[in-house]
Design a protein around this ligand. Structure first.
Ligand SMILES: *Cc1c(COP(=O)(O)O)cnc(C)c1O
Length: 410
């Protein structure tokens, strides 16, 4: 899992954990899977059927039921969310040496997917109110830092590369303000690929995230809201795009009998065993979202009177899935809060290094993203597993309160 690699490099920082990893007794994990439904039953059924590979009734059922939940016509299961993003970018028409506009403040996977497509990510800043991709910085980039060439192709003024797509990422369970991004996409005639991997179950202006019909991607990695251990999904409303996505995920097979392939495809299918897990998880999704929202509401009311602590935002046009509950700490003491909470068995995690500062993407165009930097400097994610008990959350709240009002450690 990509997230684990990041964590392994960051280890052994105190309080840092592998998402979805088993935790010591008495510890309160950051965010672990909740396997309390029919997982064992379906996986057993899958094994008994002999259909364990990338074709089988659970794959078909998982695709159909996820499409239904989101409210789109087509869904294609993939081996990971990153694979889903790679394929979606190709289907959207992103070509080698294009640039793809995406937020700096996100997990690195979507930027890597852009590079797999041979294109380059261009990072825009975060919105200080929602922490999501800033429509105004996207506007600034497209309007002031790009121009149309004589053939009418939109290019980055500096690099001269074509702008291939917009890639909004709905981070931490909250939607991006998509209307503003959509207006820019239509004005500048750019396709949109949505990274909805952290926002399954969230709503944007009354519609499920991923329901617009545009190419959108989900992840079922171990730390996501529902998990297959590892897996992803591309969804869209267009039959031609869906057929192309499925073709690319299955080695671009044109003649299954004679093994004729007209293009280079990928082995990106999800196995039937994992899809069985996915079907069981999906049955519990509505309950999971309700639990995440209850955890968020409890944190928000408990923290309301702590000076220097700012709760996770929810815009009035959004219904967040609160996938990863995160707070901002405005006082200097916060720097040892991570360690203080680890001392009492509470796992926490900072947000990701902003991608415009990532050594892995140092060759991409450089733009300033001061809001992303400021948010990351102050952010801390708190335990928010679906299985978090009231007692555990009370312990977290009291420990945060204690640490925030204690004197800094010598
Ligand atoms: C988890 C995640 C992904 C990738 O998902 P995998 O299934 O781990 O490949 C992509 N984008 C974001 C923002 C993520 O958090």
């Amino acid at each position: 899992m990509t997230d684990r690699v990041t964590e392994a490099v960051a280890a052994p920082r105190k309080g840092a954990i592998e998402p979805g990893a088993p935790v010591a007794a008495g510890e309160i994990p950051l965010c672990v899977p909740h396997l309390a439904g029919r997982e064992t039953e379906y996986v057993t059924e899958c094994l008994a059927s002999g259909w364990v590979s990338s074709v089988g009734p659970f794959v078909t059922r998982f695709e159909k039921e996820l499409a239904q939940y989101v409210g789109v016509d087509h869904a294609i299961a993939t081996s990971s969310g990153t694979a889903a993003l790679h394929v979606a970018l190709l289907v959207a028409g992103v070509e080698p040496d294009d640039e793809v506009v995406m937020p700096s403040l996100t997990f690195i996977a979507p930027a890597n997917a852009v590079r797999y497509a041979g294109a380059w990510p261009v990072f825009v800043d975060a919105d200080s109110r929602t922490w999501q991709m800033s429509a105004s910085d996207t506007d600034r980039f497209l309007r002031l830092e790009c121009e149309r060439d004589t053939a009418g192709v939109l290019r980055n003024r500096e690099t001269k590369r074509r702008i291939g797509a917009l890639l909004p990422v709905h981070i931490l369970g909250h939607p991006v303000d998509l209307d503003a991004i959509e207006n820019l996409a239509s004005e500048f005639r750019l396709p949109i690929v949505e990274d909805a991997t952290e926002a399954l179950g969230a709503m944007y202006r009354g519609r499920a995230v991923g329901s617009t019909g545009r190419l959108s991607c989900f992840s079922f990695n171990g730390n996501k809201l529902i998990t297959t251990g590892g897996g992803g999904m591309v969804v869209c409303g267009d039959a031609v795009a869906a057929r192309r996505a499925r073709y690319l995920t299955t080695q671009a097979k044109d003649d299954p009998i004679e093994f004729v392939h007209n293009e280079i495809g990928f082995n990106y299918r999800l196995s039937n065993v994992l899809a069985a897990l996915g079907v069981a998880q999906l049955e519990q999704l509505s309950g999971f979202v309700a639990k995440k929202r209850a955890i968020a509401a409890r944190y928000a009311s408990a923290f309301a009177d702590i000076p220097g602590l700012c709760s996770m935002p929810e815009a009035d046009w959004a219904r967040s899935a609160f996938w990863m509950y995160t707070v901002l700490l405005d006082r200097p003491e916060w720097r040892d809060l991570n360690g203080r909470l680890a001392d009492v068995g509470i796992q926490t995690r900072p947000l990701w290094q902003p991608l415009h500062l990532s050594p892995a993407h140092a060759a991409s165009p450089r733009r300033p993203c001061p809001v992303a930097e400021s948010l990351v400097a102050r952010a801390l994610s708190l335990p928010c597993s679906v299985g978090l008990t009231d007692d555990e959350q009370y312990h977290v709240i009291e420990s945060v309160r204690g640490a925030m009002t204690a004197r800094p450690r010598a």
